[in-house]
Design a protein around this ligand. Sequence first.
Ligand code: AKG
Length: 282
Amino acid sequence: MTPISLWDRAETADVHDDRDLDLRQFGRTPVVIRNASVSWPALERWSDQYLSATIGHVRVPALVSDNGMFGAKAHRSSTLSFDEYLRESQRSGSATWCAQQLRMMRDTDLALLFDDIVIPRCIPRGALRAVNLWHTNQESTTRLHFDLADNLLVQIDGHKRLLLVAPAQGEKLYAHPISGEVPPHMSQLVASSVDLERFPKTAGASAIIAEVQRGDAVFIPGGWWHEVRSYPRCLAVNFWWSCDLPISLRMPSHIHGVLRALRRMDANSWVTRAMRYALEVV
Ligand SMILES: O=C(O)CCC(=O)C(=O)O
């Protein structure tokens, strides 16, 4: 097993006032921003006790994994209150618990945490699509994937190490097929340990490394593949906003969504058969 070869560290920028953050200067390349959340009350406030008092009642998807891997079905999931999730995750010694991608938009109870964060002014007006909370109780890895949105991932507690691969290298990362269960924006690889006999094209891939500590952020342009390792207790917030991406990146996810919907319909109806035929997956 061989790790994807590492080229370089991501560029680093420093901001003294997070309201000055302007991402346009970095183009479409990932960048680590030091002190990106210095004015966020969350940095001081978000202990597990505070989260329990504020959002303990909110029901969340709690994920559990025996090997610390999340994504591509490498975990089990159940819905618990955030308090139950915290209790279970503190109690369990071996398994890794994760509450990933908890939507914090204003119409959910998690919006109670909005007073503790600052929405960066550099996100274009009207383009914000999601604000998410990410919590994990011990070392964990979110598997290699890309998103169809620009992303600012802000670290509140703990440390993350991201492996980032440019969209142009997507061919070398073996996305899941569009007709399968796992969406095609997920890779079949674990970037730190690639079986090059099974995935020979990955030998030609190279990644950028980004390390973020408490208070830092990383900008991940839409379409960039990323595998994220978090240690130890980790807490982060990310913002996704719309961006222009080539149709070649968007289309596989759209087709996958249509095929999933078709699988839930009557397989023998003429509509289902015609659509599957049109999508060339009969
Ligand atoms: O923090 C993580 O584990 C994953 C974050 C991620 O994949 C994202 O922000 O898109």
